[in-house]
Unconditional design. Structure first.
Lengths: 773, 174
């Protein structure tokens, strides 16, 4: 009994113990659940409100300015419109459309937010004649328009490491037709439920049965967003439960519009190689190559239809599936009276309108973008560049870049085949800038412009050879009382003995000595011995000082061989130095970026035009004048055939020992170009500056139309006829006499034997006058 | 701000015209920069202004007149400066310079805007640049030296400012 009782008591004790274990377990689980929900809540809020999306930076080319007189051919304009993804139509009605009739264009430009304000959409007629815009007028009134600016070509994006891409939209930028269709098809109860809708599953089933196909899914937009946003795509009960909790939490914290906006920007709509296509904004570009606002109703329907299965309904791979899915969406829209039945019928008849997917690299001009990124890194952190949605306006001129890429590839190929060099062995780099603005217009980092590898323009440091010589001559010409262009330099054998006993015997490229030659001639013909002797007289430190002023910032060793270019620089550094010559003695930073806007289009930073006078303009005029002689009669004379005599062209070739490097730096009134050709293994190329790099330069610059203006001669410059044999004052009647500029009062006073003291014959006068009239 | 920017447009047309004339003047005094025999001059191909072309032109270069685009941008720059948006005004002037980089007047105006922004050093450099593009144009050069004087005064460089003013006066006497 007692035992039984005891047993009974034990039983009941056991019972209470068991109950208390259960209740404890229950409480424990409850706490665990609460903790879990708190964790989920943190996740939801942190992710949604915090770093919701990393937005890649968008990089734009310079906007094309349209005005009468602008140097641009009709075909170049058409290429620009194509790069902007404007659509050719019979008569343009929406922004982003144009029509062309030979040399006449009619277009509706797209509105665009620039650094200095918004450019509104414009109705424009553009007429071309003789390689430039002959007339620009308002398309509706026909009145002449002085200036218009197109939206800029998107040339690339800086992505975060996981290749996320997005064109972020605010809800008010999303066409109502699209959100209506989306809600109609995916979640009709969206504005009524609290995140999950048990009834929706039943309704979806009913709709699907009626439509004899899968039209609706059971989960709400909120659940779908959660799925896209926070969770993996595995199908499990736990995940479903998570999804439901998170959907409820999301609805608790945020209102419907915020959730809808997030959904529109997040939903997965396709795949482009490694890049996933998220959000309707990007999908619109991906499938139709235009902004969402420019689409028509059946295109909205197609995008909405894709939500269900971007790969199953992929319109490029399964056009029939995509079509019937699209038409189903249109039917639902009619059913809910979002669309007129007749209009829907017409829309159904239309094709899918999906663009061909060209598997183009995400960044069209990787080498240029490399420079942009490099310059951005001075002012921005890496994560800001890839995730803050910056708009970066660059100075890239796509017209120049396309021309550069074309001539570079074909010239390197012909150099290889012409010289028996193994195909693909020659490499090169090029930098093209605007002379007065220092804007980098085009850049090549290697022979393959699409290859985002080693960027030789920025990172290859090669011996510059004779490219350095103008700095030596400039150092001399800045002392007009001692040196003029007519000063005779000694080009006879030279042996220099350093303090440590080492000797240096510079030789000329042609292995000969030329005796006494005028200074301009020594530079034009790139005589090494005369230059070395001049450099030694001036002092290596003085030459280094000049190089510093010209913009070379790196450390330079004061060895005598420096004056002949025994220094390694990148093509970009060389460009900086020649920029100073080309601009008339003003140093300016080479700019690849003009402005940066934040994601909300507020201006962050502008990289403005700035100049610094570092070289006496008159001395600079003299040295560029000698560089003109170089391309007329000196080492660069291969240019002569391609440019009319009156066109301003100046430049300098550079060749290094054993023909390892072939350089040319040259400029016109408008543009400066520095070209390098060599091999990555630093083997000989068999090319001099003039038989290699110069030809690339010539190919490119002969495509440019001459600028309508010219850098004037500096103040105080006077021209005199000089007999090059003795460097003395001559006149037009002297054979081989050249007219050279002199800094006021520095011209020689002694006359050459050929100069006649009596006044020249009448015929000569007439001929002479004819020069200036 | 309003004081200086109000001047921009009314001076612009006049100065553009003067620039056209002065080019001729400079070629008249100094020799044109003919490099070799039988070659036309490399300098003095400056575009004449759309206003009455100078009568005694030394050479008549076959170039287009001053694009109206430049005048439109000058007007825009003036409006922006009047509205107090100096950086936008500078941006418009840079656009104009991109179209017509050899126009000394545009560089002068950019210098004026920079000075109004308190960037005295850059203002002076831009004025020097303007002068380098207008050799022989004493009117433009005098204006540039006055601006340089103001820029130096802003930096409390009284001696330098006086020297610049002296230069301006000398040029005006010409």
């Amino acid at each position: 009994m007692a035992r039984r009782r005891t047993r009974g008591r034990r039983k009941s004790r056991r019972k209470t113990a068991r109950r208390s274990i259960w209740s404890r377990l229950f409480i424990f689980l409850l706490i665990l659940l609460a903790g879990y929900i708190v964790y989920l809540d943190f996740q939801v809020r942190h992710q949604f409100a915090g770093k919701r999306w990393s937005l890649p930076a968008r990089v734009y080319a310079r906007p094309l300015e349209l005005y009468a007189g602008q140097s641009l051919s009709a075909d170049q304009f058409a290429a620009e419109l194509q790069a902007l993804q404007y659509r050719p139509v019979r008569s343009p009605r929406k922004p982003g459309e144009y029509s062309r009739n030979v040399n006449k264009f009619h277009l509706l430009s797209r509105p665009f937010d620039f650094w200095d304000g918004n450019e509104s959409a414009q109705n424009l007629r553009v007429t071309f004649a003789g390689g430039s815009i002959s007339r620009l007028e308002d398309g509706s009134s026909g009145a002449a328009t002085s200036l218009a600016r197109l939206d800029p070509v998107l040339v690339g994006s800086f992505y975060p490491s996981h290749n996320e891409d997005r064109v972020l939209l605010q809800l008010d930028e999303v066409p109502v037709a699209l959100t209506d269709a989306l809600i109609a098809v995916e979640d009709r109860g969206f504005y009524r439920h609290h995140g999950i809708a048990p009834l929706a599953i039943a309704r979806a089933m009913w709709v699907n049965i009626r439509a004899a196909g899968v039209v609706q899914g059971g989960s709400t937009l909120t659940q779908q967003l959660v799925k896209n946003f926070f969770l993996s795509s595995e199908r499990s009960l736990l995940r479903k439960i998570n999804e439901a909790f998170m959907a409820l939490l999301l609805e608790w914290h945020y209102d419907k519009d915020e959730i809808l906006e997030a959904y529109i920007n997040e939903v997965y709509l396709g795949q482009d190689g490694k890049r996933s296509i998220n959000g309707f904004g990007l999908a619109s570009y991906f499938y139709f190559e235009r902004p969402l606002s420019e689409l028509s109703v059946e295109q909205y329907a197609l995008l909405v239809g894709l939500v269900k299965g971007p790969s199953y309904y992929n319109p490029r791979r399964h056009p029939e599936r995509a079509r019937s899915r699209r038409n189903l969406v249109l039917d639902v829209m009619v059913e809910l009276e979002l669309l007129d039945a007749q209009e829907a019928e017409r829309a159904k008849q239309r094709g899918l309108g999906v663009s061909h997917l060209e598997r183009k690299a995400i960044n069209t001009f990787p080498a240029f973008l490399d420079l942009v990124r490099h310059q951005l890194q001075r002012d921005y952190r890496d994560e800001d560049i890839t995730s803050e949605g910056l708009s970066i306006f660059t100075t890239l001129d796509p017209q120049v870049q396309w021309q550069l890429e074309q001539v570079f590839a074909s010239r390197l190929k012909s150099l290889e085949s012409g010289r028996g060099i193994e195909a693909g062995k020659l490499e090169g780099a090029a930098v093209i800038t605007s002379v007065q603005g220092g804007e980098v217009l085009a850049l090549a980092g290697g022979r393959d412009p699409g290859f985002a590898g080693f960027n030789r323009a920025l990172n290859a440091r090669r011996q510059v050879g004779s490219l350095l010589k103008p700095a030596v001559y400039l150092t001399a010409l800045e002392q007009p009382q001692r040196y003029t262009l007519a000063t005779l330099l000694d080009d006879s054998p030279l042996t220099f003995t350093a303090r440590n006993g080492d000797t240096w015997e510079p030789r000329n490229y042609d292995k000969e000595y030329h005796g006494h030659v005028p200074l301009y001639h020594a530079l034009a013909h790139s005589y090494n011995v005369a230059t070395a002797r001049l450099g030694l007289v001036l002092g290596i430190d003085a030459v280094i000082g000049t190089l510093r002023r010209l913009g070379i910032e790196q450390h330079l060793n004061p060895y005598p061989s420096l004056v002949l270019g025994a220094v390694e620089l990148s093509p970009l550094q060389v460009t900086g130095m020649y920029q100073t010559f080309a601009s008339g003695g003003f140093r300016m930073p080479l700019r690849a970026i003009s402005a940066v806007l934040a994601a909300d289009k507020s201006p962050l930073q502008r990289y403005s035009l700035s100049v610094q006078s570092v070289i006496n303009p008159a001395a600079n005029h003299l040295v560029t004048s000698a560089m003109r002689h170089a391309v007329r009669e000196g080492t660069g004379r291969a240019l002569l055939q391609s440019f009319p005599a009156e066109r301003f062209v100046a430049g300098k070739t550079g060749t290094t020992d054993d023909l390892r490097d072939s350089w040319f730096a040259g400029f016109t009134d408008e543009r400066l170009g520095v070209i390098w050709i060599g091999r990555d293994d630093n083997q000989a190329t068999g090319l001099t500056g003039s038989s290699g790099a110069l030809l690339v330069w010539r190919d490119l610059f002969s495509k440019f139309r001459p600028a309508g203006w010219s850098q004037p001669a500096a103040e105080g410059i006077e021209y005199q006829w000089i007999d090059p044999v003795n460097g003395l004052l001559a006149d037009a009647g002297c054979a081989d006499a050249v007219q050279l500029p002199f800094i006021g009062g520095s011209a020689p006073l002694e006359t050459a034997p050929c100069k006649k003291d009596e006044s020249p014959a009448p015929g000569t006068v007439e001929w002479f006058k004819g020069l200036f009239e | 701000v309003k004081k200086f920017s109000g001047l921009i447009l009314c001076c612009a047309v006049m100065l553009l015209a003067l620039q056209g004339c002065s080019t001729t003047a400079s070629t008249g005094t100094a020799r044109p920069a003919v490099i070799e025999k039988g070659r036309p001059a490399p300098v003095a191909r400056d575009r004449p202004a759309p206003v009455a072309p100078p009568r005694e032109q030394f050479e008549t270069p076959a170039v287009a007149p001053q694009p109206p685009a430049v005048l439109a941008l000058l007007e825009q720059a003036e409006q922006q400066a009047n509205a107090g948006d100096l950086e936008a005004s500078a941006a418009s002037l840079e656009r104009a310079i991109r179209i017509n980089p050899g126009n000394a007047v545009l560089w002068y105006h950019l210098a004026t805007v920079r000075l109004a922004q308190g960037e005295a050093l850059q203002a002076e450099q831009l004025a020097v640049k303007s002068s380098s593009l207008a050799p022989g144009n004493t009117i433009q050069q005098a204006r540039n030296w006055k601006l340089i004087a103001a820029a130096r005064r802003q930096r409390s460089d009284v001696k330098g400012a006086n020297a610049a003013e002296q230069r301006a006066r000398e040029l005006e006497r010409h």
